[in-house]
Write a protein that binds this ligand. Sequence first.
Ligand SMILES: Cc1cc2nc3c(=O)[nH]c(=O)nc-3n(C[C@H](O)[C@H](O)[C@H](O)COP(=O)(O)OP(=O)(O)OC[C@H]3O[C@@H](n4cnc5c(N)ncnc54)[C@H](O)[C@@H]3O)c2cc1C
Ligand code: SF4
Length: 337
Amino acid sequence: MTPFTYHKPASVADALALLAEPGATPLGGGTNLVDLMRKGVETPDHLVDVQDLPLGEIAETDDGGLRIGALVSNTALAAHDRVRRDYRMVSEATLAGASQQLRNRATTGGNLLQRTRCYYFTEPGYPCNKREPGSGCPAKDGFNRIHAILGESDACIATHPSDMCVALAALDATVEIEGRGGQRQVPLVDFHLLPGDTPDVETVLAADEIITAVTLPPPSDASRQSVYVKVRDRQSYAFALVSVAAGLALGADGQVEDVRLALGGVAHKPWRAFDAEDLLRGGPATDDAFRQAGEAIVADATGYGHNDFKIPLAPRTVAVALGKALARAQRASGDAR
Ligand SMILES: Cc1cc2nc3c(=O)[nH]c(=O)nc-3n(C[C@H](O)[C@H](O)[C@H](O)COP(=O)(O)OP(=O)(O)OC[C@H]3O[C@@H](n4cnc5c(N)ncnc54)[C@H](O)[C@@H]3O)c2cc1C
Ligand code: SF4
């Protein structure tokens, strides 16, 4: 590990002043960053530990949504009463990630900014365009079982590993960012970037800004009747090969009134399936319709050999997730009668 200075500011203003220094990096729970520092993948000159900042609360917003402070642990988020009741897919997705010990330590802000699990990225002995722009992408012709099938580029085929972000993308969450110039809000679906020619630029966050919170809009029937389905090599403690966050609301005629759909494990960012949602909205809530929506998502997908299996797996997982959301929606309308 290369030497670095360590700072633990107590206010956001002090943290931002420290982050203005070149080579300064925020430290959340450390469950990702410290691993990468040990391996020499990340080499910050200054660590700015944000854990003493007043960002650890979950609070109701004026419009009935939720503001989740950047330091809220994954455990606290998943267990929060309103998250479990009104944004069920967020609770399920967060619980599907990592292990209990890691979730106790990991923060909401850190989860959004965790780095890819691409084997070549995490081993500095290999070239990698994300770690060292212009050096190449060995994953394209190498072992790429966990890699992207959608939105990838010649420069990079890595995936974003977060589960929580998939549900946040499906529910139109907003990321609250603070820099020395003030605050701004960015929709979560626009926060992470596709790799293009610059896979080293992963989000719209500037080096001297921090995430202060994530906001969920007021709940809807689709956010309550929602589900997260994660397909992985082991039943616990493994990243998603393909995952789906789905929420469904039915009209009085039993047709799809509202639907939310996002996928994980398939792209460089959480993949909100807007077109598939449009296909489903106003149509029948049937297995056939769910399968067709899933097929539409992968119509332009590309496999790189070891990850070809994701192309048929993604629509099957979409159909399973929508089927489970439908069961929840039907149960809710039964309960309401
Ligand atoms: C063995 C293992 C298995 C895992 N399995 C899963 C899984 O299945 N699913 C899943 O989703 N995740 C999984 N994770 C990842 C885990 O969820 C992340 O490591 C964790 O969420 C990161 O949060 P953190 O607070 O520890 O971040 P840190 O490690 O502290 O930071 C991560 C990044 O975020 C930046 N950062 C942190 N907070 C802020 C902030 N407020 N503002 C700006 N930048 C910030 C840091 O600079 C760093 O770049 C796993 C991790 C491990 C070690
Ligand atoms: S897929 Fe991306 S992260 Fe992995 S080796 Fe290629 S450039 Fe690096």
